[in-house]
Design a protein around this ligand. Structure first.
Ligand code: FEO
Length: 388
């Protein structure tokens, strides 16, 4: 397997995970890549590695340029094992290599691998000289782990951003001018919603730091590399991190005998009548990670489940666990559902949402099968709340 030149003397030596379909619960319909980069300078430097199962692919790409035993530095911008899994294998070949990471990265690497390797911790603003080039480090804690950092290669104007600006997308193409931009942007949006969303405040800080850099290329660690549309992805991150919401309502539900679905459709019609954009999303047909992508920009999140054994349906329990962990800020919620003799699930869902910071503005329940009158009463109440 060959390396691909990113800029003179700098190569992509990553791996393509064509068949990845699940990344800790995130549906990756298009697979993914683990991007590692090789810098040929007086000090041969590898920036990030790949998942352990893809070690051979990375090694063969490195070997197409140099003998891996010549590597001097290995920069670990992030400890998570999709970027460090190949570290033990490469350290066997170059046991004297110096591993560069943030202070928390060094701790994390020691806790992951329990090895007495050579480490150097870099603080924000420190510089590693590679010979003709200098790699500047900016710590970006909680984008999306405590150890995250960015590397900026000043002479080549390349930002090694690790997870930030990435997408789960496997392709033979490496650059954003070689692949349909709408797909890359959509996958970047999905990545943000499912991985980065809880850390939007920290993203804003990282964007402020990046604003002072002259960036020609964003060499991220998943998916397509940005070189033509750098401005567009930076603007998109500004928009997503700002958590702006518009007149959009998501109605997310599951149903047993279609009663909760009838409520869902009535709620959707209410929002549409008030000129909201709506999406009606059944948990039987939509993956939780695809629904999360749609949460970006939505003012209202409406969640519906019937009662099953005094609880919500398992599909709603799974979704609400995922949603409350990602905890989008500044959202209103409407909870609804049908019941037979005990509507406790409505309170259960509401409590989870409130604990996660949602403003639950309505709780609607209807016994057994909704009559037209019951639906009318419900939509009248909801309409009044939306218009308030
Ligand atoms: Fe791509 Fe947080 O690892």
């Amino acid at each position: 397997m060959k390396a691909i030149e990113v800029k003179k003397g700098i190569y992509w030596v990553g791996a393509i995970d064509w068949n990845l379909r699940n990344f800790h619960g995130y549906l990756t319909q298009r697979g993914s890549t683990y991007n590692a980069y090789l810098i040929i300078d007086e000090k041969i430097t590898l920036v990030d590695t790949v998942k352990a199962s893809k070690t051979n692919e990375m090694m063969s790409r490195i070997s197409s340029i140099i003998d891996p035993a010549k590597i001097d530095y290995i920069v670990c911008n992030h400890v998570e094992m999709d970027h460090t899994g190949a570290l033990p294998a490469i350290m066997e070949q170059v046991p004297s290599a110096l591993i560069i990471a943030s202070p928390k990265g060094v701790v994390g690497l020691k806790e992951h691998f329990r090895q007495e390797w050579n480490y150097k911790a870099m603080e924000s603003g420190t510089i590693l000289n590679l010979g003709k080039r200098n790699l500047h480090f900016i710590l970006t804690p909680m984008v999306h782990w405590p150890d995250n950092m960015l590397g900026y290669l000043a002479e080549d104007k390349i930002l090694f951003s690790n997870d930030a600006f990435g997408q789960h997308l496997a392709s033979s193409e490496r650059f954003d001018d070689e692949y349909p931009l709408d797909i890359v942007m959509m996958e970047a949006r999905k990545y943000y919603a499912n991985i980065v969303l809880p850390y939007s405040k920290q993203v804003e800080k990282a964007l402020v730091a990046a604003a002072g850099l002259d960036i020609e290329i964003i060499a991220n660690s998943h998916g397509i590399i940005w070189r033509k549309h750098v401005k567009e992805i930076l603007n998109a991150y500004h928009e997503w991190a700002s958590n702006e919401i518009g007149k959009k309502a998501l109605i997310i539900y599951d149903t047993m005998w279609n009663s909760t679905e009838k409520m869902a459709i009535s709620i959707q019609e209410t929002f549409e009548a008030l000129d909201y954009k709506t999406e009606l999303l059944s948990l039987q047909h939509n993956h939780v990670s695809d629904i999360m992508t749609r949460v970006i920009g939505a003012e209202y999140i409406c969640l519906g489940s019937p009662t099953l054994n005094g609880r919500m349906l398992p599909s709603m329990a799974a979704f609400i666990t995922y949603l409350s962990g990602l905890a989008p800020k500044n959202r209103k919620a409407i909870v609804f559902g049908s019941y037979g003799w005990g509507p406790k699930n409505i309170e259960d869902i509401s409590q989870i949402l409130e604990k996660s910071g949602f403003d639950v503005v309505a709780k609607e329940k209807i016994k057994f099968i909704p009559t037209p009158e019951a639906l009318e009463e419900m939509t009248t109440r909801i309409k009044a709340i939306i218009q308030n």
